[in-house]
Design a protein around this ligand. Sequence first.
Ligand code: ADP
Length: 566
Amino acid sequence: MAASLVFRLHDGGPEVVREVLLERGWEEYDAGRREEEDWNLYWRGSAFRNSEYRDLLPWQRLNHHPKTAGITRKDCLARNLRRMRAAFGSSVYNFSPTAFILPNDYTRFLAEYDKLRAAGGPPAYWICKPVDLSRGRGIFVFGDVRDLVYDCPVIVQRYVSDPLLISGYKFDLRLYVCVTSFRPLTVYIHQEGLVRFATEKHDLSSLGNPYAHLTNTSINKLGASYGSGKGRVGRGCKWTMSKFRHFLRGQDVDELLLWQRISGIVTLTLLAVAPSAPPCPNCVELFGFDVLVDVRFKPWLLEVNCSPALTLDCRADVAVKKGLVGDLVDLMDYTSVDVLREGAYRRGGSRRTSLDHPSHVPALSRGPSPRRGHANETSRAERTKQRPSRQRAFVADYQRHLPPVGRAGVVNTSGSRGDRSRNVIPGPRSRTNASTANVPRPAGWKLPNIYSRSQRPERIDGTAAPSGQHVPPLRVGDFIRTFPFNAATLKASRHELDVATVVQELHRLTGRLASGRSDGTRRRTEEEARTDADGEDDFDSLLWGPKDPPLLSRCFKPSETTKLHR
Ligand code: ADP
């Protein structure tokens, strides 16, 4: 019998992750019973140390990519988006309110403030936010520069003063974005998300009222109106994204275009850090993107969170977050990882993993040719000292057992085309690399593709593009692949990420949706999607956002479709 998968939660949380994993038959890491490295997923709210990335074993996953502060810290995000705007133009990078990082940008801020005042237009408002705080802490809105007082690094950002309101209440959207890989960039957005409301009516004459201007749950759940009915918003301060979709139906809005713009914001933001992200295929990260929609239905990016709250405060949280975590685990594809883990354990001299043993039985040894009982005879401190070299030897041994390399560096462990799910790309030290020396591929390990033995439909599995490049599945549960989204962006992300091409393709796609869309937005059935995905030459994507997301190719007139696949 296969051993259970093992998870570690730092500081005991989040509870919903524990709950979902236990329900799926995982076991929680117990330091008293297990080797220090005997786990499959390590989940923590804060960043991991460099050594934790370096020492990862092939079947281990971390829930953060290294070096993502470039988008998750408010000042870094402002700086990076400013850089991208300078490089790719303000017609594309126009989704983030103008921001100044203080104290450094104080003079520039004053110049902008004075310019707007002198222009004599409608009054401009600003929001001041400490760069490294969250949950609305330390934030205030102001119109007069004399009210700007700060004692730590902050960003001062143009306040979106005309948000779309529901029954007079401001809201923002919390999107859950999973980056399964930065090299090549692979992005999924979850269909469910949260709509977070302010609990007092939006009123520009009371800028000091956080319940009217901030949509953070941590603030609004303390508000006097939290529990009372608030027109169409109802009680509490959250909706699910599904409820928001329903609300949109009654509005005069091009819904597909709105979703595509939001999805474009996610991609454009990630492009700011993707080229510099170190390759770390064993990492998966769930980001929380906060997007505000204004009265003209223009979406604005407010910020990106690296550890979005997974607490279950209300019914909307329960409806969204349990499914989200479940889909995230599916996206991590542990089924096939576990096959590798089991095999490697056996080659390491242990017939059974430590999980198969009662707690008094010797723990697992990971050396290439360990003596039986080795772990028992060696103290934990000594084992920790030996770890780096043992681990290197172990990984090297593991790589020797990789099956032969197929075309373009894709290793097919089964040899049959029907089972694409166990494809791996060998690491730089693998002997199998010799046969693929000229084939560019991401450095490090590429974990196997998903769905190997799940009950999900086989044909929406990842496929190989004509180039031999792995194509990630277009949908995993309610996670919709939003990057790469067509053949050109797949190609642009194959080697070094070609950001200019991606930006261009995205701009073109959004433009086509805005102008070229006909009533060919017929919804595809899942069966049709599978049939399409079966063709090797076919690369299509779903348009994230709407209920029953349509295939992108079905969002255009036939002539446009042809262009999309050029
Ligand atoms: P935090 O990390 O503290 O949550 P955010 O940047 O998300 O910081 O801001 C908190 C809240 O303030 C947002 O949820 C939103 O309601 C409001 N807010 C932030 N920036 C703006 C802005 N530029 N315009 C309008 N409202 C904003």
